[in-house]
Each structure stands twice: as C-alpha cells, then as structure tokens.
Ligand binder design. Sequence first.
Ligand SMILES: [Fe+2]
Length: 386
Amino acid sequence: MLERLVFGKVPRKHHIQLRDEQGTLRYEECLTREGFEGPYTIAYHLRPPHAQRLAKVEHGWELPASLPERPLAKRHYRTAEAKRKGGPAVDARVPLLFNADLTASVLFPGEPDPVYFSNGDADELFYVFQGGGTLRTPLGDLRFEQDDYVHVPRGMLHRFIPGAGPQHWLSLELLGGMHLPRQWRNETGQLRMDAPYCHRDFRHVEFRGPQDEGIRRLLVKKNGAFHGFAYDDSPLDLVGWDGTVYPFAFPILNFQPRAGLVHLPPTWHGTFGARGALICSFVPRVVDFHPEAIPCPYPHSSVDCDEILFYSRGNFTSRKGVGPGSVSHHPAGVGHGPHPGTYEASIGTKETSELAVMVDTLLPLQATAAAAAIEDPGYQDSFLPG
Ligand SMILES: [Fe+2]
C-alpha cells in the first residue's frame, strides 16, 4: 500500500534469528494481507505474540441495525446533534449509515481506551472533524489532529488516547479493506508524480520500543461479533519491525486538488479506495476556468452509487442548509444536484472554500435509528424551486 518502513532492530533477512546482546531469541510475527500474497509487515517481539488466553472483555460497541423500509429520499443528518456516548473510542461509535461494505459512524470519545482493540473485520478510516490525540499500537504511537484522516489496518492491535478538548470524528469501517487508488500508483506501488499526494504527505508512527501500560485485555471484532483475550504480559513488546502494513495519518489539506477547464468529476478527488466505495476529499481550491464554465456540480444520476458527504467547513457552492458536521445521503435511483439558485450563483466564481469528505458506495446504504433521530425533515423538499 505504502512504502516500506523500518524501525528498531530487524535481522538482515526475514525468518532468521534475531537475538539481543545476551543471546536471547526474539519472536517474529508476520502480519499479512490477502493470505500471503499481499502487503505485509514483520515485527519482532520479546515474547511469543500469539500467547493469549480467552477472557471476558466488557465493551459498548454498537452494531448497526436498519430501520423498517423507508421511502427513497435525499437525507440530511446533523451529526453535531447526535447522541454523544462519550467514553473510550472503542465504545463510542454511533452507526448512522451502513451496507455490506462499510459502516459510517460518528463518535465523540472522551476517555482513553482501557483495553486494546483489534478489528478483524475491517480496515478503519477516521476523519477527525474536531479534536486529536494519539493512536497507540505495537508499531509505535501515531499523533493525529483536526483535519486528519487516520487509518488503522485490519487486525492491528491498538488503543486511542484522545487529547484534551472536544472530539468529533467520522468513522468508516471498511469491511472489504482499504487501499490507495490504483490510478495514483505506478507499477512499483509508489505514488505517481502526477498523483494528488506524495509519500511525504503521510504522517507515520513514532516507534517507542517495548513498553508496559499495564493493560492486558484485548477485544477482537470478527464476523460481526466480539471476542475477549488476555495477555500475561504487555503486548507492546516490539524491538523492531519493517513492512508496508501500518497505521498512518493523512492531513486532508495535504490532498492536492485539481481544477479543470470545466467541472471535473469526483474521481479526481479520490483519496482512498475500498471494496464498494471511493472516499474523496473536497478541499479549498480554484474552480473551473472556461469563460462559460458552471463551477457548481451539475445535476446527475449516478445510477450505481449512493453518495454521502460529510461537511467539515467552508462555503459549499452547491448546498444550502447544511453546516459543519452535516452528513447528506443522496441515494442511487433518483437524481441529485445543487440546491436552487446555487447553480446560477456559481457562474463567475473563482474559488471554493469547501472542506468535505465524500463517500460513493456501490451498494445502497441503510440508515439507523440514530441517524433518523438527527434527520432534517425538510431536506428532500429543499431542492424544490422557490
Ligand atoms: Fe453527487
């Protein structure tokens, strides 16, 4: 997925002995994807990493559940009004929209995770609308802040330590994995020079070596169920690692937007790919420069895609009535487009200050009761003229 990183001590070849100065053997752990054919990371532990006991681990994870059949309609959810569960991030997610490929949730974590968590079902992508903190993993600590995407690979043991102040994150649980779009990579996997970001735009972990926080419990999510384990010693016992599977942060403002002679479709804003989904970043930029250009997005019927937009800040050229923290959901099957007046008003504009995350999904999204509780009931009719 990304370039190979190396931290701490690793032997000169994989699957050979690594010993400390006293001759003590270290234990290799290979974190592989797609069986043994995909990207991988090899870590070196003080102790066998697979020695866990079954244990009961309490948690407050909320799995998404759909509402009874609802009319096909454009929807608007105000996440700033969502139920603030608070507590640790592992318990804090409030699912809003979901399908077989992803679950979109919001969370307002207020405490550090008291246990380690590993999502065996999904790669995770967070967008930090407000707040920041530290993601702690055996590979190292990852610092993140407002306007960052934070990626946690499937199967990566971790805990979140939110910083001071309010936290408001969007969570995308990507059940078929996440990757950097193929069109931005060359044949070696390196980001192309004409990609909208480069390897230097990503923030990596700071490796800390073995440490003991006193935490021994691990919660694992697998097959939509939760499983508890306990370690006798700290699982944060790495002396070194190398590979291409690791968490990272990507500041959304590092995405280099493009403008065209006329309006470019969302694929140009594609930032992360996933099974059945494309995650796009809309960042402040100059707009289309044909003398007769209409910079506002054209009305469209993307017959294969549901579209959700998380509005972060700025002035949205095509929308009225949405604000920071809003989520719009425009389902496939019925066309969507700009709000009345915005199409015409965009003519002659030179730039947009909008900051938003868009997700196009191939499968229809279902809403949860938590989403319905923060729904703007007038949104569907807000597209009628007058
Ligand atoms: Fe759209």
